[in-house]
Write a protein that binds this ligand. Structure first.
Ligand SMILES: [Zn+2]
Ligand SMILES: [Zn+2]
Length: 285
């Protein structure tokens, strides 16, 4: 599965007058400083931004929304940018909109398993979490320290996400699937719930469709299909307006006119004076 928006042919973006006006530069400079403060030592150099090198643009997206963006001088459609939602990259010519505009959740298939990290959690508290009853919580609760592996995966839509697996699982392993008996019970459970709770909600419908596909596939674990929150917000840039360097450059001094230009001007001035004197003299005669 690949998001429809991702497959859409790129709309050629053009330089244009983007509606509205940009925020005061001081406000944006403050945000850049706050972003840079999040890094220390060599990371500051690597991931931080030198405000003196940043160029401010206003862009219009294909959803109609207007956003501001900063580049290192190049037009905002030229380079892939960092996906601040899920890591990875947003392809050149696209940006994330701050709204989903009510788009339903998108699911994409895992294409590659990239990075792996492990995380250890303390024992769960005795008091139930996640609105569970005491009985339900007892089934889920772990009374000892436990660890999971977290994988960064790239999806067929080219975005990334992170998913959790058991420590021992490796991409070359087979996906675990339910036995036919357990699968039938699970399908019956879902079907009777969905029948009793019909929904018009597009998000819920998308989640149900995803579960249906997983049931048809034997309920594989880890799930080969993941929700991509980036697909829901990614948009094509349709137009951009150059605002200027974030830290305005001092105006270059006007070049001095050449000696020839200086002399020509001086001569013209003197000739005008001579002509004036001649006219005055003529009136006397
Ligand atoms: Zn938008
Ligand atoms: Zn995606």
């Amino acid at each position: 599965m690949t998001s429809q928006r991702e497959l859409t042919r790129p709309i050629a973006a053009r330089a244009m007058r983007v509606p509205g006006t940009s925020r005061p530069r001081e406000e944006i400079l403050k945000e850049v400083a706050e972003y840079n403060a999040g890094f220390e030592g060599p990371f500051k150099l690597l991931l931080g931004h030198d405000p003196n090198k940043l160029y401010l643009w206003r862009i219009q997206l294909d959803c109609g929304c207007v956003e501001e963006c900063l580049t290192y001088g190049e037009p905002p459609t030229e380079r892939a940018t960092r996906d601040f939602l899920n890591g990875g990259l947003i392809q050149a010519g696209q940006r994330l909109c701050s709204s989903t505009h009510g788009a339903p959740p998108c699911y994409s298939t895992i294409e590659t398993w990239d990075d792996r990290r492990e995380e250890t959690f303390p024992p769960d508290p005795i008091e139930p979490k996640y609105d569970m009853s005491h009985e339900e919580w007892q089934l889920f609760r772990k009374d000892h320290e436990y660890s999971f592996a977290f994988w960064t995966v790239t999806l067929t839509c080219r975005h990334q996400t992170e998913i959790c697996t058991d420590l021992g699982w490796r991409p070359e392993d087979k996906l675990r699937r339910l036995s036919p008996d357990r699968l039938r019970k699970m399908r019956d459970g879902f079907e009777s719930y969905w029948e009793s709770e019909p929904t018009e909600d597009v998000a819920e419908q998308a989640h149900r469709e995803h579960r249906r596909r997983m049931l048809n596939d034997g309920w594989p674990r880890p799930e080969p299909e993941q929700e991509c929150s980036t697909c829901r917000r990614v948009r094509w840039i349709v137009g951009y307006q150059a605002i200027g360097w974030l830290v305005p450059r001092p105006k270059p001094p006007k070049p001095k006119p050449s000696k020839r230009v200086q002399l020509t001007r001086k001569l013209a001035k003197l000739e005008a004076e001579v002509a004036q004197l001649r006219r005055e003299l003529d009136t006397l005669e």
